[in-house]
Design a protein around this ligand. Structure first.
Ligand SMILES: Nc1ncnc2c1ncn2[C@@H]1O[C@H](COP(=O)(O)OP(=O)(O)OP(=O)(O)O)[C@@H](O)[C@H]1O
Length: 672
């Protein structure tokens, strides 16, 4: 269906009508809109892949987007990107997997494509969790770069991840779950592994108990565990490494159960030596004494003198949780590294690739914390990229080319990005500055923002510790509680040295990585002055990652997919018009439709045009030559037939023979 009159109601009606017919994909100008069906739809599989490859089917589809990315990569020799965005639960991860399946099917052959697909169950097990909005929510961002050989075959891949939500390991809201792997391991580990890791039932671990949610409807955690180990085998993670990985997962769970005994009236503590502490020390390969030391005491340097400070119950609990979070985050990073080693691009690398970006969508809840602050900042950056490609650059080019063009107005989010990034008075710089003051609190941070940013049109100071940002997608009120601590993300040097001393190689590897990171910081001008901060702040690291990501995306031809969540209940056949309209507005789809209708969606350079057209001209030439031959054949044959007729009339057998030979000659010439 092609809409000739575009208005909000017509676009909405069209989407809803198509959704009711299970046509979940719709093209809005150059953007593919995917409405989550929340059920199996018969739109995928080999038959469909074949149909899109052979172009016998051309209705909007993720396959069609992946197909044009593949074709454009080959014909234009430019790297491509498929940028998938949308709210939590809108279907980004599923869409990314569907695109990967299509690429694997067309570019497969070496077997590496199967390995690439098998990274999904691993990353989902360690990086996804059940939230109130999505039973399988990715708690990290992911960019997968699929590399192709000169013959157009997949020859490797590289995965980059962004900002895993670490806090979920130790803290989880009621009704949500921590990372799937905790539940999968407890449900699916075979008896020997269960005994080796001293596994309990999920409802017996403190970290998992707090949210009172242990299972997901329709999901068999034990079965998922088998799928994860199978996937690990396929990406060449050795049996020994798998055992080490699961030992770390179990150690994190048991760490949450390590309790403390108060030893004096100043609330100082020591660890209680019981099952939890013993299991952690066994799983990490350390002594109980070392575990006690790292969790109950801290080495400090005061006036050039080394002193040992005893920790209070709150400090010791925080140190324990920081260690658990750091262990899990390091494990996740290590796993991604192992996967990348296994998928690394061989010698046949051509430098051509298709990247698929599946990154958390814009989030606005009743209470928004540091995580939402970072996620929404990332979405502002991505929206800027989207705007640049679909509005700014396009219109600028029309003006440059002297095309008579009425400018289409669009929501530019540059002001909001400036609010985040400006130095020295942007949100990120102010957060970092405050994070370096030992006596700063979340309240002093909130006051600082109000003092410096109250005149900014994208900012509004609120009462107490809160502030509001006017994002492109709407206003979000942030509560600064925990901002400084999460941004500093301190892991005391004592904890790093503790991991380095462990007998098992995997915690040692984590420690060397952490130490290397802190060494690298020597060369960075920004260095927190807090005595123990060894690392770049979380927000600054994330900002750096985002800049790199944007640079990478800028060098590709982008293909945009906007995923839409039709209802908040995760149920099929429910279509909330208001909810859909709000998402379409937020992600700029309605403006895209407007601009692409009134603009010139197909543009190419003369060289690209010539390269593409040369095949067409050759075909035309071949056709012309063919027609000339046919005409010649026709004229010659008519001439010969006339000769035969004349010869038979004049009864000259010699003439008949000559004419017949001539016809035969022509036929042979045409055939060969
Ligand atoms: N094309 C599809 N066909 C069938 N079901 C789908 C499809 N896309 C999404 N779903 C359903 O919606 C759920 C949520 O999708 P998905 O996990 O991809 O969302 P997301 O946008 O990646 O969310 P988050 O940002 O929280 O990770 C899936 O678990 C699946 O049940």
């Amino acid at each position: 269906m092609q809409l000739s009159y575009l208005s909000e109601p017509s676009v909405l009606y069209n989407l809803q009508y198509r959704y009711s017919q299970d046509m979940i994909y719709t093209k809005a100008g150059p953007v593919l809109v995917a409405v989550n069906p929340f059920k199996k739809v018969a739109l995928y599989g080999n038959e469909y892949i074949k149909a899109y490859r052979n172009k016998t089917m051309d209705s909007p589809h993720v396959y069609a987007i992946a197909d044009s990315a593949l074709r454009e990569m080959k014909s234009d020799e430019v790297n491509q990107s498929i940028i998938i965005s949308g709210e939590s639960g809108a279907g980004k991860t599923e869409t990314a997997k569907i695109a990967m399946q299509y690429l694997a099917s067309l570019g497969g052959g070496s077997g590496i494509e199967y390995e690439i697909l098998q990274t999904n169950p691993i990353l989902e097990a360690f990086g996804n969790a059940k939230t109130l909005r999505n039973d399988n929510s990715s708690r990290f961002g992911k960019l997968i770069e699929i590399h192709f050989s000169t013959t157009g075959r997949i020859c490797g891949a590289m995965i980059q991840t962004f900002l895993l939500e670490k806090s979920r390991v130790v803290q989880c809201a009621v009704g949500e779950r921590s990372y799937h792997i905790f539940y999968q391991l407890c449900a699916g580990a075979p008896t020997t592994l269960r005994e080796k890791l001293n596994l309990k039932k999920v409802d017996e671990y403190k970290y998992l108990k707090q949210s009172c949610c242990y299972s997901i409807a329709g999901v068999d955690d034990a079965e998922m565990f088998r799928a994860v180990t199978e996937a690990m085998n396929i990406v060449h993670i050795s049996k020994e490494d798998q055992d080490n990985v699961f030992a770390m997962v179990s150690a994190v769970l048991w760490l949450g159960d390590v309790s403390f005994t108060i030893i004096d009236n100043e609330n100082h503590v020591e660890i209680t030596v019981e099952e939890a502490a013993e299991t952690v020390s066994r799983l990490l390969g350390c002594s109980i004494e070392d575990l006690n030391l790292v969790l109950s005491k801290r080495h400090m340097k005061v006036n050039n003198e080394n002193i040992v400070q005893k920790l209070t119950l709150t400090q010791a609990t925080d140190t324990r949780d920081a260690l658990a979070k750091a262990l899990y985050a390091s494990l996740f990073e290590w796993l991604v590294e192992q996967i990348n080693k296994s998928l690394s691009v061989g010698k046949r690398r051509t430098g051509r690739s298709i990247s698929i970006l599946d990154i958390y969508g814009f989030e606005s809840f009743d209470k928004n914390s540091f995580e939402q602050f970072c996620i929404n900042y990332a979405n502002e950056r991505l929206q800027q990229h989207f705007n640049r490609h679909l509005f700014k650059l396009e219109q600028e080019e029309y003006v440059e080319d002297g095309i008579d063009w009425a400018k289409v107005e669009f929501e530019d989010n540059q002001d909001c990005l400036n609010l985040f990034e400006k130095k020295p008075l942007g949100l990120l710089s102010l957060l970092d500055e405050e994070s370096t003051f030992p006596n700063a609190t979340d309240l002093t941070f909130a006051n600082k923002l109000k003092q410096h940013l109250d005149t900014n049109s994208c900012f509004r100071g609120e009462r107490g510790k809160a502030f509001t940002v006017r994002h492109y997608a709407g206003e979000v009120a942030y509560d600064t509680s925990g901002f400084l601590e999460k941004n500093r993300d301190l892991l005391h040097m004592d904890s790093i040295q503790f991991l380095a001393k462990c007998k098992l190689s995997i915690p040692q590897t984590f420690a060397s990585k952490m130490l290397a990171q802190s060494d690298n910081l020597e060369s960075i001008p920004y260095r927190p002055s807090v005595a123990d901060s060894q690392k770049l702040s979380v927000a600054m690291k994330f900002k750096g990652q985002l800049f790199q990501l944007m640079q990478r995306l800028e060098s590709t031809t982008p293909h945009f997919i906007r995923c839409i969540k039709p209802n908040n209940l995760q149920l099929p056949a429910i279509y909330g018009q208001e909810l859909v309209l709000q998402q379409l507005k937020c992600c700029g789809v309605l403006e895209v439709v407007r601009i692409s209708r009134s603009g010139y969606p197909t543009r190419m350079t003369h060289q690209k045009f010539a390269r593409r057209m040369v095949f067409f001209f050759l075909r035309m030439l071949r056709l012309k030559i063919h027609l000339v031959f046919r005409l010649q054949f026709f004229i010659n044959s008519t001439f010969c037939l006339r000769c035969i007729k004349l010869a038979t009339q004049s009864c000259s057998s010699e003439l008949v023979r000559l004419a017949t030979l001539r016809i035969l000659g022509i036929v042979l010439y045409m055939v060969f």
